[in-house]
Design a protein around this ligand. Sequence first.
Ligand code: AMP
Ligand code: MG
Length: 340
Amino acid sequence: MKRIFVFAVVWLMSMTCCGCGKESPQKFQSTDVAMGTVIQQVLYTASNDGGTNEIRRILQELETQLLSRRQETSEVYAVNRAAGAEEGVRLSPQFSGLVADCLKMWRQSGGSFDIAMGEAVALWDIDGWSAAENQTAFVLPDEKSLEDALERCGSEKLRLEDGTLFIPEGVQIDLGAVGKGVAMDEILAYLREEKTITGATISLGGSVLTYGEKPDKTPWRIGVRNPADTSAYVGILSLEGAWCVSTSGDYERYVEFNGVRYHHILDPATGWPADSGTAGVTILSESGFLSDALSTACFVLGSERGIPLAEHYGAEALFIEKDGSLKMSEGMKRYFRQEE
Ligand code: AMP
Ligand code: MG
């Protein structure tokens, strides 16, 4: 509660408005918390209220109606509660489409991207890591518990039939790997509809969307963080118009135990944090869902198998390997410039 209040205050204080010509777009900025992460909005708009409130509302609604694992109002919650129900659970058209897309990505990625990993995610307590006291209390899961959890994981256990999802008892879904992507798609739809907004960048945790143009018409510049030194960038993406950029990295969320770091992206084949030689992968796509889902899938797959998968979906991929080398799809070279 206190944290939300602090962010609300920061947001009010940081909401700035510059430029004074009636027709010229004004710059609105806000920083607050939604979907368990920090959201930073920069909007260029001729409208008076800026649109930041509307975007905040979109994010809240997505969380409460679709994606939250804890709120009883969400469809993810309804699915997990219905695990084992013979009649399955009826999904809204939007959620049914999302689950179908996730199952397709699961197949295309050879099972590396898997929304039916809820039991393994819960065993590792990934959602609890951010609290400092949980970092010190963390105990490594033992092999037996991991094996048991893995038996209750896997999208092959899900069945989607005409908008009804059948999920066996004990299996749980977790859409943490695509939530920000779905949010980017919804925000983009709003921006396209709301004609007064001429340019925007919105960052949601590890994802950034760009839209339209800056008043000075220069490209949007998105920094790609260096996993070995997260205060520095390995390079910059120069983008014009609407793009979704998602990054999955071993430095984004992790816990330390006996001096070893364990990060938040699990290899469905083992239940352990994925270890494909990649430290971070950034995906560029016109679709938020694809950029977010592919960043997770590619992190698990590694560059050799990940680059063809991204290209299959018409997306571009940039891998930063643990040894510091960069690997990227041919098309990514048009947008990415390495820092000198
Ligand atoms: P991201 O940061 O977008 O790569 O998403 C990581 C989040 O997705 C984790 O915090 C888990 O909630 C969940 N997750 C972890 N491993 C996987 C996986 N292999 N496939 C799908 N979701 C995963
Ligand atoms: Mg992702």
